[in-house]
Ligand binder design. Structure first.
Ligand code: ATP
Length: 439
C-alpha cells in the first residue's frame, strides 16, 4: 500500500482537546490506530495521539466510498490523518466522536505486533524493553515520561528563580571522581579515559566563578549489581552552591522536592489516573535522623549495622517501614562518605554529608564540601587515592575556593516515586544495565 502524502494538512488539535462543546466543528487530527471495532453498519476507530484517544466513527452508509475504503484498510498502529466533524454523543466514553470526511494513511505497520499496545495483555518488562519504541506508545509509558517532564520542568524553574545557572560539564574525563571501580573506560585517541560518574569536581570548581550552578544530565556507573534501582546510565540533577553549607542546601532540596510533588499533583491528574497512582505533597521540613539514631532504631528491630559502615539494603528496607515517606539521614561517619565531604569541625569522625531517603530508597545524596586544600589532600590519601591524579582539581583550591555545598538527585528514582513504578527501567526511555545495551 502506498502511503498518502501529508500535503498541506495541519493538526488543529489533539484528541484530548476535543469536547462536546465543539459539536459541529471541523477538526484535523493526526495519530495512530489503537483499536478497531466493527459493529455491522458502523466501524469505530480509536485514534491515539500523545495526549490521549478519540473515537472516529465511520457510519458505512453515510461516508464517501473513499473514506469507507480507507477505513477498511486500517490496522493497528497505522499512522493516520483524519479530517472530520465533531459530534456530541452519549455512545462514546468521552461524550464525543469524530465523523470523518477524509482519511489519509500516512504509514502502515506490521500485522503482528510484539506486545499488546492496548495494555489488555500486559507484557513482562524484558519483552517490553525489547520492543521499547512500541512499548513507549502505550498510554502508561507516555504518562510516566510526561510526569518526568513536568517534575523536571518544575525543578528547573525553581532553581532558575533562585538564581542558579544551568551548566554542562564534561562526560569524558581523565580520572575517577569518586575513586572506586564503577567506571567505564573509553579509548580516547589511544589514551585511557573514563565516562563521568558525576559532575562533582567540575561543579565544585564552578562555584568559584558562577557561584550557584545546576546540571541535568546522564552519568555512568559500571554497576555490577542488577537491582530495580540501579542503571549503568542515569540522569542526575546536581546543584552546587557557594557560601552555603549542608543545612542551606537541605532546606533548598526539601522545597525542590515539595514543589515537584505539588506541580505533578496539580498538572498531571490525567497521567496519575492512567497510572492509578496518587502523589502526596510532603510537608517541610522533612524528618532529620542522624546516622547514630538510625543504627539505634535498627538495633531495636533486630538489625545490627556495625558503626562506620554504609547501611545495607536489607537494613534500609526495615528503616523504610519505620519511616514511610521522605526523611534525611545526617551525621554520617566521615569514613563512609566520599573524600570531598567535609568532616564536622567539632567531631571529625562524623561528617556534614546527608542522604535524602524515600522509604527504603536513597534518592539524593549531598553535603558540605571540603574547601581547604590541605584537608582535601589528606582525605584523598586516607581514601587510598593519589592526589597527583587530582592535581587539576586541587589547583582550583589555590584561587579562593569559597565554602560550598550541594546535592544530586537521581531523576529516575524521583520519577519512580512520582509514578509509583517499582522498576527503574520502566521510568527510563532506553535503560542501560549490565545485561542490556540495546535497543
Ligand atoms: P546507591 O547507594 O543507591 O547505589 P550512591 O550512593 O552510589 O547510590 P550517589 O553517588 O550518592 O549514589 O548519587 C546520588 C544519587 O544519584 C543517588 O541518590 C541516586 O538517586 C542516583 N544514583 C546513583 N547511582 C545510580 C545508579 N546506578 N542508577 C540510578 N540512579 C543512581
Amino acid at each position: 500500500m502506498t502511503p498518502d502524502f501529508i500535503g498541506n494538512w495541519v493538526r488543529t488539535c489533539y484528541s484530548a482537546d476535543i469536547t462536546p462543546a465543539m459539536d459541529g466543528k471541523e477538526v484535523t487530527l493526526f495519530g495512530w490506530v489503537k483499536e478497531i471495532r466493527d459493529l455491522g453498519g458502523i466501524r469505530f476507530i480509536i485514534l491515539q495521539d500523545r495526549e490521549g484517544t478519540i473515537q472516529i466513527t465511520v457510519p458505512r452508509k453515510k461516508v464517501s466510498a473513499e473514506v469507507l475504503s480507507k477505513s477498511n484498510s486500517l490496522q493497528k498502529r497505522y499512522s493516520v490523518g483524519v479530517k472530520g466533524v465533531v459530534k456530541k454523543t452519549d455512545m462514546s466514553p468521552r461524550g464525543v466522536e469524530v465523523i470523518p470526511n477524509e482519511i489519509k494513511v500516512l504509514n502502515t505497520a506490521a500485522a503482528q505486533l510484539p506486545i499488546d499496545i492496548t495494555g489488555k495483555t500486559p507484557a513482562n518488562i524484558e519483552a517490553r524493553l525489547d520492543a521499547r519504541a512500541l512499548d513507549l506508545c502505550q498510554e502508561q509509558s507516555i504518562a510516566v515520561f510526561k510526569i518526568q517532564h513536568v517534575a523536571l520542568d518544575a525543578i528547573r524553574s525553581f532553581l532558575f528563580e533562585r538564581g542558579f545557572l544551568e551548566v554542562h560539564t564534561p562526560r569524558i574525563i581523565a580520572s575517577a571522581t569518586e575513586g572506586g571501580a564503577a567506571l567505564f573506560t573509553v579509548d580516547y585517541f589511544g589514551e585511557k579515559a573514563y565516562l563521568a560518574q558525576s559532575p562533582q569536581l567540575y561543579k565544585e570548581q564552578l562555584v568559584m566563578s558562577l557561584e550557584k550552578v545546576f546540571e541535568v544530565g546522564p552519568f555512568f556507573r559500571a554497576e555490577a549489581s542488577h537491582t530495580r534501582r540501579h542503571l549503568s546510565e542515569f540522569i542526575s540533577v546536581d546543584i552546587e552552591q557557594a557560601f552555603a553549607d549542608a543545612e542551606d542546601v537541605m532546606a533548598l532540596l526539601e522545597q525542590v522536592i515539595q514543589h515537584a510533588c505539588k506541580t505533578v499533583k496539580e498538572k498531571c491528574t490525567k497521567e496519575l489516573t492512567i497510572l492509578k497512582h496518587k502523589v502526596e505533597v510532603p510537608e517541610v521540613p522533612f524528618k532529620r535522623l542522624t546516622y547514630d539514631s538510625v543504627l539505634d532504631d535498627l538495633k531495636k528491630e533486630g538489625v545490627e549495622v556495625p558503626w562506620g559502615e554504609d547501611i545495607p539494603t536489607e537494613a534500609f528496607r526495615t528503616l523504610g517501614k519505620l519511616h514511610p515517606y521522605f526523611y534525611f539521614i545526617t551525621d554520617w561517619p566521615t569514613e563512609s562518605k566520599a573524600f570531598y565531604i567535609k568532616p564536622r569541625d567539632d567531631k571529625p569522625e562524623l561528617c556534614e554529608g546527608f542522604d535524602l531517603m524515600w522509604r527504603w530508597i536513597e534518592i539524593v545524596s549531598g553535603g558540605t564540601r571540603i574547601a581547604e586544600k590541605d584537608l582535601l589532600i589528606r582525605r584523598l590519601k586516607e581514601k587510598g587515592l593519589n592526589p597527583e591524579s587530582f592535581k587539576h582539581h586541587l589547583q582550583a583550591f589555590d584561587y579562593g575556593m569559597p565554602p560550598h555545598a550541594g546535592w544530586a538527585i537521581g531523576l529516575e528514582r524521583l520519577t519512580m516515586i512520582l509514578t509509583g513504578r517499582r522498576n527503574i527501567r520502566e521510568v527510563t526511555l532506553y535503560p542501560r544495565d549490565r545485561t542490556r545495551l540495546t535497543p
